[in-house]
Design a protein around this ligand. Structure first.
Ligand SMILES: Nc1ncnc2c1ncn2[C@@H]1O[C@H](COP(=O)(O)OP(=O)(O)O)[C@@H](O)[C@H]1O
Ligand SMILES: [Mg+2]
Length: 400
């Protein structure tokens, strides 16, 4: 029998976990309290239960797996999962201490200061325009641009202590995933992120085209982060590279499996983050990553409306039901979608993954795939919007 990985949480992080665990050849077990979480489609076995209420059943499921992978951010649920896996004698691929150090944006910013990591200036030192974001939260919920004092007050109200308020950085947004163990860091590939006007991530691209010097600087920041967190497991690190290439700023880090970027790294550089994470916890070794030739990968979400389609942020698929994986879908190498074969596409979603020799070719095929979907479902493509000041990386890819 194949070894199993038991994932807890079936939304975006859970989809990522299930997708990569499946690609690594693991039997994919999924636990969620919801009846039809999006990741269920990518799992071999689905157990509908609440880890906080069904503790015995949870432990029974854990015992059947080689490792447990939490894919949620609720602190009470995480603590229960860690305890239940300890009792079941199964490794849990989560670093509670590191996770807690990254989960509050104000406390993490203070750690960055102590560790000497560059970050955007904070209110009241920062100048307008600024970004406001809830101190606790993720997935870009509540993130907004404020251009003056009135807008700031409108966004945060009287009590600014619940908000992280910082300078709005113009430029390219990049992500780096790292594994850590015993003070050593292992960086993956740097990917490039694009957002919609609400700051939700709508597209991920690789390679990022940043050049070796900047990559080295990002990896250096990642190394300090892993050491500061004393990480055992995985963290992501998001940095902004200013438009004039002058400096890098840490936007955030989360010591847990992220969504989207690992799949892109898997297709571009050939590294499976979930398989290598399992190495740390099951085999107690920090894997070595060989730098491969990077393929061009574009990963983007499409949301279908009434006669329209647009490239939309990932949170739009967090509630999708009936997802399936398709290969060679309207010319995309892979798609995760719930689109019906025929008829109206309204309310359905498709995440398209295109892999080619370089980004230029990948873009041509992404445009063709989107065009093919427009024709098939008789929809128009809405113009994309981006946040103020962010470099539109996809638009700049030259068609050769
Ligand atoms: N200082 C900033 N300047 C410009 N954009 C920012 C800044 N901080 C955050 N953003 C944008 O908002 C998004 C969400 O912010 P982030 O700190 O990653 O919070 P979350 O935990 O919600 O993901 C980022 O991915 C980025 O697009
Ligand atoms: Mg973020």
């Amino acid at each position: 029998m194949r070894e199993g990985i038991c994932i807890v949480g079936g939304k975006l992080q859970g989809m990522e976990a299930a997708y990569l665990a499946g690609k690594a050849g693991y039997e994919v077990m999924l636990i969620d309290k919801a009846p039809e979480p999006p990741a269920a489609a990518l799992a071999d076995e689905f157990y509908r239960m609440d880890v906080l209420k069904d503790l015995e059943a949870t432990k029974t499921a854990f015992r059947r797996a080689a490792a447990v992978l939490p894919a949620l951010e609720d602190e009470a649920a995480l603590a229960t999962i860690v305890r239940a896996s300890r009792k079941a004698g199964v490794p849990c691929m989560h670093d509670e201490g590191a996770f807690l150090k990254t989960s509050r944006k104000d406390a993490f910013s203070e750690l960055c200061r102590v560790w000497g990591l560059p970050q955007p200036a904070r209110y009241p030192m920062a100048k307008f325009p600024m970004i406001v974001k809830p101190v606790v939260g993720s997935g870009s919920r509540g993130v907004a641009l404020v251009r003056n004092r009135a807008e700031m007050q409108n966004a945060v109200g009287e009590d600014s202590s619940k908000w992280m308020i910082q300078e709005c950085v113009n430029g390219i947004f990049l992500s780096l995933e790292l594994l850590g163990m015993n003070g050593e860091a292992m960086p993956f590939q740097v990917t490039c992120l694009e957002f919609d006007e609400t700051y939700g991530c709508k597209r991920v691209l690789a390679p990022s085209g940043i050049g070796d010097g900047i990559r080295d600087r990002i990896e250096e920041i990642g190394d300090k982060l892993v050491k500061g967190l004393d990480l055992k497991g995985v963290t992501d690190l998001q940095v902004a590279l200013r438009s004039d290439n002058s400096s890098l700023d840490v936007i955030e880090a989360n010591a847990r499996l992220p969504s989207q970027t690992p799949t892109v790294v898997f297709h571009s550089a050939g590294e499976n983050l979930v398989a290598l994470l399992a190495d740390i916890f099951i085999n107690s070794r920090l894997p070595k990553i060989n730098k491969h030739q990077e393929k061009g990968v574009i990963y983007q979400h499409l949301l279908f409306g009434d006669g329209t389609v647009r490239v939309a942020a990932e949170h739009n698929i967090a509630h999708a039901t009936g997802l399936r994986i398709e290969t060679n879908f309207h010319g995309a190498d892979e798609a995760i979608t719930n689109l019906p074969q025929e008829g109206s596409a309204k309310g359905y979603v498709a995440t398209l993954i295109i892999v080619d020799s370089d980004l230029s070719r990948a873009k041509i095929r992404m445009e063709e795939a989107t065009e093919s979907l427009c024709e098939h479902y008789k929809v128009f493509r809405n113009e994309e919007r981006s946040p103020f000041g962010m470099t539109r990386v996809y638009d700049k890819i030259e068609k050769r």
